[in-house]
Design a protein around this ligand. Structure first.
Ligand SMILES: *[C@@H]1O[C@H](CO)[C@@H](O)[C@H](O)[C@H]1NC(C)=O
Ligand SMILES: *[C@@H]1O[C@H](CO)[C@@H](O)[C@H](O)[C@H]1NC(C)=O
Ligand SMILES: *[C@@H]1O[C@H](CO)[C@@H](O)[C@H](O)[C@H]1NC(C)=O
Ligand SMILES: CC(=O)N[C@H]1CO[C@H](CO)[C@@H](O)[C@@H]1O
Length: 771
């Protein structure tokens, strides 16, 4: 039985792996990203370590940033990047008290601004941790057009129940009608979790301290989602994870939840005084069906993004989950519909006789008004009117307190994740979604922030014929130099910009850079980026309103044979690419680099052996291997000399990516060049011309070398060292003359061209000096 389960789990993991395996079309390192003028770091400078909150104000065209003891206001209109700042440290004495209580003065005992919401037409609400003494204040930001930014010290008040004490603990908050709704732990020790409502004119409300309501919750998001046009039915939704204890085990498991309260909840009169009387919660399921009915669950909710619709009542809820089981780790995105969530809250309550019993659906009589229903004209029955929850019968409040959980879970659209990633080296932390209009319809572009300072941009294509989907990872951008977790992302559709926050600061990245996919129609088409289209002359940002005649785009299939028929697909570009020169030693191994611009392309090698004019396809065998990065000769023969062309093929589009003239140095000549006994001098001997030292990892190449000639690792070391002698600048100059002498009679290397869009990861020596 156990074995069967294990096999099934293994099978489903294989499936997951296969499903999650796709390489980004465009991968840019931090340096390359800066080179594209695509990313600007707002604050890498002094004092801004400690970003915690971001509010993008598209109306005022400003970005508000909360950091460590500081608040910033930035104007977004390009040129004037002048920031206004407010210094807002902890109150006098709090820092000392904080570290007397054993907290770290460097990381804990400061005022980390974590709450930053628009409050009313002229003010923002800001709350900070205040060195474990949370505090809130109003920031005057003026009307549209004014660039004011000021804090009235007299308006600073307590932040307890509004802002967490800890600088990094998960919490969620939102402002609704001048009141702050917050899910957090509200004490110094982090033991008092709850959903709190405060500010405004009504008395504050919170959840009772009861593990049935909230058991060690981690709040992720809070949003107002109206039910209908009756404001009295407005509800605040909370997304969080909490612990559950199953009846038959002592172990805790984590599950994800959606919980909600009525905005007009006023608590009870005799029971539940100043406590929520309308709190309900349900499980959010995100799982992959496996063979034999064994599902893989993603239970750890990481982030939630609401894709708002026009009416605001039925946003699509994108949720990012991860799983940290012992077997594997992975992330998944599930999409929920409000109709499904409401149906679960209208369904049966969960019930169990005691903690030792199993959960079942409550089948007894549910009192009226049904717990979780807001008092309103639309929900009242004709002769049983309730204007406020304070009028609810005690029976209702007792039932509500005992049955906060709904019996049925909420399943995602199509009962499966939209996207599953199990092949990533990093965990996915943040998610934002942009819905774009493309030639073939609407696409939801996902931006996923990792815990290693990078952002993935992807899209999931619905296959027209079936319920199957295909995920395409379009880009991987290293937004921060350091591998820090992305903590917040905001999208500006107006500016076509993504703002990305981590503890290091805030960066901006353009949502698309169509030019970077290439200069041919086919390349633009193959990229399948719904933001981009071929406009007849270049790959540019697709605008649905733009002129149609010349436009080519097919995000669904990305087949240039359909889209670019009249454009040159198979260009005879053998001669249009610059030649690199490579010297290899007879009977030794050598390597011709070729990395296709698209990871989906297949590679073909051709060779032209002078004086032959003809190009033949290179025949690979155990001596000549075709690897992911190029062509590897394990043992070079004299007749291998020639001009090698690396062509890539993708959906009928071919392109020459590399052209290398390979010269073979005969062993007699070598013997003359390297008389025995020179020993340690060898590795630094020959560097025909200085190169820019590639800083990229070179180890993979060494690994191959080790593998193929492990009988003499020292020679491999030397050989490699010689290949990369440019990265050892010392010795070079003095040996240059020698090298040239030795090479007399052999063409000195022509300067090699560096292929354009290669990522650093793939950089290998482009020129090997003659040994
Ligand atoms: C970056 O882009 C902006 C707007 O497109 C332009 O004004 C600016 O000159 C560019 N900067 C560099 C360094 O290319
Ligand atoms: C916004 O709220 C602040 C703080 O309560 C208050 O001082 C200010 O008058 C309000 N402004 C408007 C326009 O309501
Ligand atoms: C296509 O290729 C032919 C010859 O190879 C060339 O004359 C023509 O200009 C090319 N057309 C385009 C659109 O690049
Ligand atoms: C330059 C170089 O590494 N030459 C070597 C090529 O391989 C033969 C036989 O394995 C060696 O003797 C050479 O020293």
């Amino acid at each position: 039985m156990r074995a069967a389960v294990a096999v099934a789990v293994w099978l489903s993991l294989c499936w997951l792996w296969a499903a999650g395996h796709s390489l980004p079309r465009l991968r840019l390192s931090y340096r390359e990203l800066l080179g594209t003028n695509r990313s600007v770091l707002f604050f890498g400078r002094r004092g801004f370590l400690g970003f915690r909150s971001l509010y993008l104000d598209e109306y005022r065209d400003r970005l508000f940033i909360g950091g460590k003891d500081v608040l910033y206001s930035l104007l977004l209109d390009g040129a004037s990047a002048d920031a206004k700042e407010i210094y807002w440290p902890p109150r006098p004495g709090q820092t000392e008290e904080c570290f007397q209580k054993g907290k770290d003065p460097g990381t804990d005992c400061a005022n980390y601004v974590r709450v930053l919401h628009p409050y009313n037409r002229t003010h923002l609400l800001a709350c900070g941790t205040g060195a474990f003494h949370p505090m809130c204040t109003f920031i005057y930001v003026g009307h549209r057009g004014e660039h004011t930014f000021s804090l009235d010290p007299a308006s600073v008040e307590t932040g307890r129940g509004r802002c967490p004490h800890e600088p990094s603990r998960a919490f969620a908050s939102t402002v609704i009608g001048g009141e702050l709704y917050a899910g957090l732990t509200a004490d110094f020790l982090g033991r008092d979790p709850g959903v709190f409502r405060s500010m405004g004119t009504r008395s504050a409300l919170r959840t009772e301290v009861d593990q049935r309501l909230l058991h060690d919750p981690k709040f992720v998001a809070a949003h107002l989602i109206p039910d209908n046009d009756d404001r009295d039915n407005d509800k605040a939704y909370f997304f969080f994870t909490e612990k559950v204890v199953e009846a038959d085990s002592k172990e805790h498991a984590i599950v994800s939840r959606v919980g909600r309260v009525c905005v007009n909840d006023a608590g009870g009169q005799r029971v539940l005084v100043n406590k929520w009387s309308t709190f309900n919660k349900a499980r959010l399921v995100c799982s992959v069906p496996g063979p034999g009915g064994i599902d893989t669950y993603f239970d750890e909710l990481e982030d939630v993004f609401l894709l708002r619709t026009k009416d605001g009542k039925s946003p699509e809820i994108y949720a990012l989950f991860s799983t940290v089981s012992h077997v594997f780790r992975g992330s998944a995105v599930c999409v929920y519909r409000m109709a499904d969530i409401r149906e679960v809250f209208n369904g049966p309550f969960a019930h169990r006789e005691s903690p030792h019993h199993q959960w079942g659906a409550y089948e007894g009589r549910v009192p009226y008004p049904r717990p979780g229903v807001c008092p309103s004209k639309t929900t009242n029955q004709p002769r049983r009117q309730y204007g406020t929850t304070k009028d609810f019968p005690d029976e209702v409040l007792h039932f509500a307190r005992a049955h906060p959980l709904m019996y049925k879970p909420v399943y995602p659209r199509h009962h499966r994740p939209l996207l599953v990633k199990t092949d990533l080296p990093h965990r996915l932390r943040q998610l934002v979604v942009d819905r774009v209009e493309a030639e073939d319809g609407q696409h939801d572009i996902l931006f996923l922030g990792t815990d290693a300072g990078s952002v993935l941009k992807g899209v999931v294509m619905q296959k027209t014929s079936s319920a199957m989907t295909e995920e395409v990872i379009l880009e991987e951008l290293q937004v921060f130099k350091m591998p820090v977790p992305i903590t917040q992302m905001e999208i500006s559709v107006k500016r076509q910009t993504l703002y990305v926050g981590s503890s290091l600061g805030v960066a901006q990245v353009r949502l698309h850079q169509c030019e970077s996919y290439g200069t041919a129609c086919a390349e633009c088409c193959l990229a399948r980026d719904p933001y981009c289209a071929w406009d007849g002359t270049a790959c540019t940002h697709y605008q649905p309103s733009g002129k149609r005649r010349q436009r080519r785009q097919d995000a669904h299939h990305g087949n240039p044979a359909h889209q670019c028929l009249d454009q040159n697909l198979t260009v005879d570009d053998f001669e249009s690419i610059e030649e690199k020169v490579l010297y290899g030693a007879e009977d030794n191994s050598t390597f011709l680099e070729c990395v296709p611009r698209s990871p989906q392309a297949s590679v073909q090698w051709f060779v032209q052996r002078p004086p032959d004019e003809q190009r033949d396809e290179v025949k690979t065998d155990e001596r000549i291997l075709q690897t992911e990065h190029g062509l590897l000769f394990r043992k070079l023969h004299r007749h291998d000399a020639g001009i090698y062309y690396c062509k890539t093929l993708e959906h009928g589009f071919t392109q020459t990516v590399a052209k290398t003239a390979l010269h073979v140095i005969a062993s007699e000549q070598l013997a003359h060049t390297f008389p025995r006994g020179r020993g340690d001098e060898l590795p630094h001997l020959l560097c025909p011309e200085p190169q820019l030292a590639p800083q990229a990892p070179k180890t993979w190449f060494k690994d191959i070398m080790h593998l193929i000639s492990s009988q003499n690792p020292r020679r491999v070391e030397e050989y490699c060292a010689r290949l990369w002698c440019s990265s050892r600048p010392h010795h070079r100059k003095s040996k240059l003359a020698q090298a040239k002498l030795v090479l007399a009679g052999v063409d000195v290397a022509k300067k090699g061209r560096t292929a354009k869009a290669h990522s650093e990861r793939n950089r290998v020596p482009r020129q090997a000096p003659a040994p």
